[in-house]
Design a protein around this ligand. Structure first.
Ligand code: SAM
Length: 205
């Protein structure tokens, strides 16, 4: 990991002003068609799978859990996938630093549920983070959210549904109960510790 992380890590210099970093700047000479972001990638199964399926996309991944970062780096080396850059820290720092309308997909898959009411303010989906997603996603861009926790599902759905910049993509329950074919499963999604997972898709309007 000592060798690989510096090569793939995102650097946010201290003097960086908010909203000033273009994702392309993290990829040296490589130019990608689009840039995606995964928040809290855990051990990186979904991130590595998406990067392998979409070699024309540059994908940014955030994960402060260093063992997860090490696992992703091992998977990337085995699969010879290089179109990923890693922010090994709190995703909110990267959200603040990135340029507006610089992403076309954001993934937030099985975020920590923080079940106690007094901890709900720690849940990742809040009006402020949705405002940041709305700023960063291009019009027509997609926000994907998954969880197997029913209370968190209600929380995330109601907050995102009522946000003026997001349009829920579902005509019937099967549209969010079943995982779409282009949505690789994550480790937590496989475990289904709390119950049946939901797979929400929203478009940036
Ligand atoms: C329940 S795990 C899910 C991991 C993975 N997405 C999956 O589905 O297997 C939640 C992950 O979010 C990460 N996380 C929590 N807060 C975060 C934050 N502010 N920024 C980035 N990642 C965060 C945690 O370290 C943890 O790995």
């Amino acid at each position: 990991m000592e060798e690989d992380l510096p090569r793939f890590a995102i650097d946010i210099p201290e003097e960086t002003s908010a909203g000033s970093l273009a994702p392309a700047a993290f990829f040296a000479d490589e130019v990608y068609k689009d840039y995606w972001l995964e928040i809290g990638f855990g051990t990186g199964e979904h991130l590595a799978a998406q990067a392998g399926l979409h070699p024309d996309i540059g994908i940014l991944g955030c994960e402060p859990f260093i063992n997860g970062v090490a696992t992703l780096l091992t998977t990337m080396a085995k699969a010879q996938v290089e179109n990923i850059r890693i922010w090994p820290d709190d995703a909110r720092m990267l959200l603040d630093a990135l340029e507006s309308a610089s992403l076309s997909k954001i993934f937030l898959l099985h975020p920590d549920p923080w079940p106690k009411k007094r901890h709900h303010k720690r849940r990742f989906i809040q009006t402020e983070t949705l405002d940041a997603f709305a700023r960063l996603l291009r019009k027509g861009g997609e926000l994907r959210i998954a969880t197997d926790d029913a209370d968190l599902a209600n929380w995330m759905l109601s907050k995102t549904w009522s946000h003026p910049c997001f349009d829920f993509q579902a005509d019937c329950a099967d549209d969010w109960r079943s995982r779409p074919g282009d949505w690789p499963e994550t480790r937590y999604g496989q475990k289904q510790l709390a119950g049946q997972p939901v797979y929400f898709r929203f478009l940036r309007v």
